[in-house]
Design a protein around this ligand. Sequence first.
Ligand code: ADP
Ligand code: MG
Length: 244
Amino acid sequence: MVGVSIVNLHKRFGKTEAVREFTLEIRDGEFFVLLGPSGSGKSTVLNCIAGILRPDKGEIWIGDKLVASAEKKIYIPPQERNLGMVFQDYALYPHMTVFDNIAFPLKVRGESPETIKDRVTNISAILGIQHLLSKKPAQLSGGERQRVALARALIRNPPLLLMDEPLSNLDAKLRVLMRVELKKIQREFRSTVVYVTHDQVEAMSMGDRVGVMSSGVLQQVATPEEIYEKPLNTFIAGFIGSPP
Ligand code: ADP
Ligand code: MG
């Protein structure tokens, strides 16, 4: 497990200030939820942690390793950050079987076929997708694809798992089921999780702590209970649905 430290992060796209003065300490082993309406800058923060985007200003630490600093001109690419990522659209490779999709990060690392087979078998059993290994992504349901994406993200046992709205393409019933699953998986794999969502119920039911964003700014960081009971401003109160 590993913590994440973000110090005064700024990121703009042209005239849009997507993220401003963003400072946050995510604890080792924590399930941290970044919550906010669409366009508030959540994915930008997550992509900066992942290394998909480079900050314009500020620093990002994963554990004791400085992975990005605009000022110090440090930028560690995603594959060297030792993390797993699950996207909203799952981003599976359509031409590969489920087995090959899950195995991909290990193949890239040059693991032996025996090790790969063992690891894929093991992780598929945990996620209940053994029976899907020879299928292609197009033959799977949304929930199955979500599990495959999760298996691929977890295959290297990353101490840090980043998830960007991973349940938003699932129907309501499956979404509720997968919330519980994801929490269980986090405990099993002992990963630190940074989880992005615009869904208040998801955030409040899953987060050890929740950070609320709006317009590129982190408004409040607290436990779900604290945010509900003591929202810092009227935006948060309205967004969470706190009692007046
Ligand atoms: P969220 O994930 O909370 O919906 P984003 O981080 O995706 O928000 O976006 C924050 C703001 O930055 C939005 O105004 C969005 O339109 C803008 N933005 C994000 N990515 C890009 C991009 N690649 N190019 C231009 N604008 C972007
Ligand atoms: Mg987003």
